[in-house]
Design a protein around this ligand. Structure first.
Ligand code: ADP
Ligand code: MG
Length: 685
């Protein structure tokens, strides 16, 4: 049913000349599997390079083109990076650091020969440093473009290559009929879709074409939401009303907070209806959402249905399972876990239990919704930590569910009020707005990384007092390998200082069981410090860990920092969060970190973050990705969603079957962005 016009867009990247399985695999790491993905892989900015005769303070943090002479090589022992020392035109000493490809680096940088290096100039102590510079023969240096669009990259794909791929994909884009309301197009001076993509790739900062592309996404999203709501209203679910026989038996060491009581009341009210529940539960990190989820699931089980809980990561799924298992088994509720790791016999027996109804509650990763997983009587789905509505949408439309289950989505991402409506337009919202009693607020400090030594000493004191701590390393590159190497280096310094047996490391490249092992040792107190690369482990709960150190804090989004900070402050002890910042900080960067110091209120942080990010500042792919859009930033959503909403409503009022010329064009737009659900939406519509 997908219009043929769009077929070329959904061709695999391997359809491009010169793209083999190797590059395709690398691109897949960035979710760039099809030509459309490449076309929408917009530049995140422009590189401005400076040609300079020698390193100097004023060039710090900039991309510099320097002629240097390598003089000495220090090979990295074990996993330590390779360092090549060189002299610039002013006889300054410059360290060139390579986390990978040491052989290549040595060959490119022979001692005593002039070479041109291109890279970001950093200072480490009183030395100049470049990490992973490009290296050229001085004769080639003239060819370096001083201004160039930059793309999110991954190992094995250079910026130059990425640009070629993107341009090749653009060549194949068809012209599409216009779906934007003509008067809007005129008023905003927006180019047509095809032109807008081309223009955005040739001038990264061009605002009009980018706005148009953002609008397209938001419009498709609004249209999908409206169609979805229509479908949902037509489908009838199963009313579930428990009798309290299970929840009454729960032995809780504490009383529910007023907020918890209120939201569980709202949830029970919904579940008792025939209309399927579509509810979003918002509550800051540590506010006690898990218990609310458990009570909702018990309600379903009391009413004779099964419940499933979806967690975003393996670790979280296991942690939920452990917590819930203790409580469930005490009251005779049968619970199981299903992730990619349950295999063979164990898996078979869980699948059978689900099908014959002997499993009441299933916890797991997305594996719990794979095709061959059949439930006897699934009545409630809980989705933990989701901020993309795509999942719930797909579940709701899943053709298996004749009577759609009730759905409860939980998130700690404090989406600003202005955005809640547009992101979760189809959902009712419950909010937990108080913390369980007995918590001491977390103290937040912002410290320059020049004072790393003091921070290390502080960590030492914390550990010798029996405390535990997290040490978070930032995502520096789009490449997990490089990030992992940086984290490994940090872990190595901490191990040298505090003993190898006291320091654990988890990063995105590790396998499930290995990660779980480290987490378990940290949870049991065997490890004093846990070094981690990212926010992968949102939700991890170790009450004795009362210190968190975030390195390169300015590189994180505020919502991420807030989530990270929520790892501590989970027990009764006073907790502390240290944000280590780099030395070259922008005005906005400073303000953002100051805000983190000033408040612990996730909602306030989200609102202010939106305000602080001026419209001129282009978001990195990661941040806009968090919002579930490829192009549209939170500001775009705030500005354009009401327009798109009105436009979509008008269109559907006039042409509910989307059969007019503009309706047909709108279908194309829907396919472009909501492809996975569009087919279902349009079929049932
Ligand atoms: P989150 O909302 O981040 O998922 P959790 O559900 O993990 O929060 O709860 C955080 C901690 O608070 C857990 O250790 C949990 O046992 C505890 N907790 C939950 N509800 C209460 C309550 N009403 N009183 C005291 N502690 C609670
Ligand atoms: Mg949680």
């Amino acid at each position: 049913m997908r219009p043929d016009l769009l077929n070329p867009l959904f061709a695999e990247v391997e359809a491009l000349k010169g793209v083999g399985p190797g590059i395709a695999k690398a691109l897949a790491r960035l979710d760039l599997g099809r030509l459309i993905d490449l076309a929408y892989h917009l530049p995140t900015g422009t590189i401005d390079r400076v040609r300079a005769p020698f390193a100097s303070q004023s060039l710090l943090g900039r991309i510099v083109v320097l002629d240097v002479t390598p003089v000495e090589t220090q090979s990295g022992a074990g996993r330590a990076p390779l360092r090549i020392y060189a002299r610039d035109g002013n006889d300054n000493r410059l360290t060139l650091t390579f986390f990978n490809n040491p052989t290549w680096a040595r060959k490119q940088l022979p001692h005593g020969q002039l070479r041109t290096v291109v890279g970001k100039l950093d200072a480490w102590g009183d030395e100049w440093q470049m990490v992973h510079p490009e290296v050229l023969e001085p004769a080639e240096a003239d060819k370096i473009a001083l201004r160039e669009p930059v793309y999110g990259l991954t190992e094995g794909v250079s910026n130059k290559r990425m640009r070629e791929l993107v341009l090749a994909a653009l060549e194949r884009l068809p012209e599409l009929p216009e779906w934007v309301e003509p008067s809007l197009l005129e008023r905003e001076y927006w180019p047509a879709w095809h032109a807008a993509l081309h223009e955005t790739h040739s001038e990264a900062l061009a605002t009009l074409p980018r706005k148009r592309l953002a609008y397209d996404e938001i419009f498709a999203n609004q249209l999908a939401l409206m169609l979805l709501r229509q479908v949902a209203q037509r489908k009838r679910g199963r009313p579930l009303q428990g009798d309290g026989r299970l929840s009454r038996q729960l032995r809780l060491p504490y009383r529910l907070t007023g907020s918890q009581q209120r939201v569980i009341g709202e949830i029970r009210g919904d579940m008792a209806q025939e209309r399927p529940m579509l509810r979003l539960l918002q509550g800051d990190v540590g506010s006690g959402k898990t218990l609310v989820a458990l009570l909702a699931m018990l309600e379903a089980v009391e009413a004779g249905a099964q419940a499933a809980m979806l967690a975003p990561t393996e670790i979280l799924a296991r942690q939920h399972f452990t917590t819930l298992q203790r409580q469930c088994e005490a009251i005779g509720v049968r619970i199981a876990i299903l992730t990619g790791r349950e295999k063979g016999r164990a898996r078979e027996s869980i699948l059978m239990g689900l099908a014959d109804g002997s499993v009441d509650i299933l916890v797991g990763t997305h594996a719990i919704f794979q095709q061959h997983v059949a439930y006897q009587r699934l009545g409630l789905i809980v989705i933990d930590e989701q901020h993309r509505f795509g999942v719930s949408q797909r579940l709701l439309l899943s053709e298996k569910a004749e009577r759609p289950p009730h759905l409860l989505a939980m998130t700690a991402t404090p989406i600003p009020r202005t955005l809640t409506l547009t992101h979760y337009g189809e959902m009712d919202v419950s909010r937990i707005d108080e913390m369980p009693p007995g918590r001491t607020p977390i103290e937040t400090l912002v410290i320059s990384d020049a004072k790393l030594a003091d921070v290390m000493n502080g960590l030492g004191r914390h550990l010798s007092n029996g405390g535990q701590a997290y040490w978070v390393c930032p995502l520096v590159e789009e490449s997990e390998t490089i990030d992992a190497a940086a984290a490994e280096e940090r872990a190595a310094t901490l191990r040298a200082r505090f003993g190898a047996e006291r320091v654990g490391l988890v990063h995105g490249r590790m396998k499930g069981p290995e990660k779980d092992g480290v987490m378990t040792s940290f949870g049991s107190g065997e490890l004093g410090v846990l070094v981690a690369t990212t926010v992968i482990e949102v939700g991890v709960d170790v009450p004795n860990a009362t210190l968190i150190i975030v390195e390169g804090a300015e590189r994180f989004g505020l919502a991420q920092l807030h989530q990270l900070r929520g790892r501590v402050g989970r027990g009764a002890g006073a907790s502390r969060c240290i944000l280590l910042r780099g030395q070259a900080l922008t005005e906005t960067g400073r303000a953002r970190l100051a805000l983190m110091r000033a408040t612990n209120d996730g909602f306030r942080i989200a609102e202010e973050d939106l305000r602080l990010r001026g419209p001129g500042e282009i978001l990195g792919t990661r941040q806009s990705g968090d919002q579930g859009f490829r192009v549209a930033s939170p500001e775009d959503v705030a500005e354009l969603a009401p327009v798109a909403q009105a436009d979509a409503r008008l269109l559907l009022d006039r042409d509910g079957g989307l059969s007019s010329a503009r309706g047909q064009a709108a279908r194309l737009c829907l396919y472009l962005f909501e492809r996975d659900s569009a087919v279902g939406l349009l079929r049932s519509g």
